[in-house]
Design a protein around this ligand. Structure first.
Ligand SMILES: Nc1ncnc2c1ncn2[C@@H]1O[C@H](COP(=O)(O)OP(=O)(O)OP(=O)(O)O)[C@@H](O)[C@H]1O
Length: 260
């Protein structure tokens, strides 16, 4: 019987990165594995969570260490492979619609994402209605213009467009902040189902500890740009003596107080 471990689709090794010559994250080691369980990153505002996501997506360059995509340095992905990289490594960031035109209708955006996927060599037989279902949006949303939708509805369309390319890695940076908490659980449940079926490696960055706990068996706590504790969220919050973790545990909402 083979005992080989699957190789990571994205791996950060000794990653340091930042802006204008000053590093904000230092010596980060992180692996996202195809078919592996989602990995969470939590930490105070400004601790560097989004910077790690940007470095994994190739948007910010490492100053030390490196990020590899299926073993190749992301910084060396040439023009020819850029399209495939962008389809395979999808970042859903808190910054809103990204490059999606707010005047577009939902079905145009999602049909476009499915076409992009096919052009990048990704087989996806999904329909627009199925993509909407993956993020708990009803079929009637297909004809809506994005600019007229609520923040939470827009976030779910952005997520559906990311899933359309059946990415091997999905980097979620506060993906559901505008979705109301009662709906968030259902979106996460469907998202987890879809990504698990596709073997997509998921990284979730969020201040919502309930969401992280629900989706990610493995969590890293970031403080001052370094990982200060790692493990299951419940174990980390109850066991770690690090001041940043204690602060996180103190501020945890009632629903996660049981961790303390
Ligand atoms: N484009 C930028 N130029 C200069 N500094 C930046 C830039 N983006 C982020 N920073 C700084 O880098 C540090 C880490 O920011 P980052 O956005 O990674 O933190 P975060 O943990 O994701 O925060 P939050 O939870 O508030 O989103 C912060 O001090 C921030 O001000």
């Amino acid at each position: 019987m083979s005992t080989s471990t699957p190789s990571p689709v994205l791996r950060a090794t000794g990653l340091s990165a930042g802006y204008g010559g000053a590093d904000v994250v230092h010596g980060i080691d992180l692996e996202l594995v195809t078919g592996g369980a989602p990995v969470g990153v939590v930490g105070a505002s400004g601790s560097g969570k989004s910077t790690i996501v940007r470095a994994l997506a190739g948007v910010v360059k490492p100053t030390r260490g490196h990020v590899t995509w299926s073993g190749r340095p992301v910084s060396k992905v040439g023009l020819r492979d850029k399209k495939r990289f962008r389809a395979q490594v999808r970042r859903v960031a808190q910054e809103g619609l990204g490059d999606i035109d707010p005047r577009s209708t939902v079905d145009r955006v999602l049909a476009g994402a499915l076409t992009d996927a096919r052009r990048a060599g990704v087989a996806n037989g999904a329909t627009v209605a199925e993509l909407l279902d993956h993020v708990a949006l009803e079929p009637r949303f297909a004809t809506r213009v994005l600019g007229t939708m609520s923040g939470g509805e827009k976030q779910r369309v952005v997520l559906a467009a990311a899933i359309a390319t059946r990415p091997s890695a999905l980097l979620l940076d506060e993906p559901l902040t505008a979705v109301d908490p009662s709906m968030r659980g259902e979106v996460v449940r469907r998202l987890a189902e879809t990504t698990a079926a596709d073997g997509t490696a998921v990284l979730l960055v969020s201040h919502d500890l309930e969401l992280v706990e629900r989706l990610c068996p493995q969590v890293h706590v970031l403080a001052g740009g370094t990982f200060v504790a790692s493990g299951s969220l419940s174990r980390v919050l109850s066991d770690s003596e690090h001041p940043a973790v204690r602060e996180l545990a103190e501020a945890a909402p009632l629903a996660v107080q049981r961790f303390r």
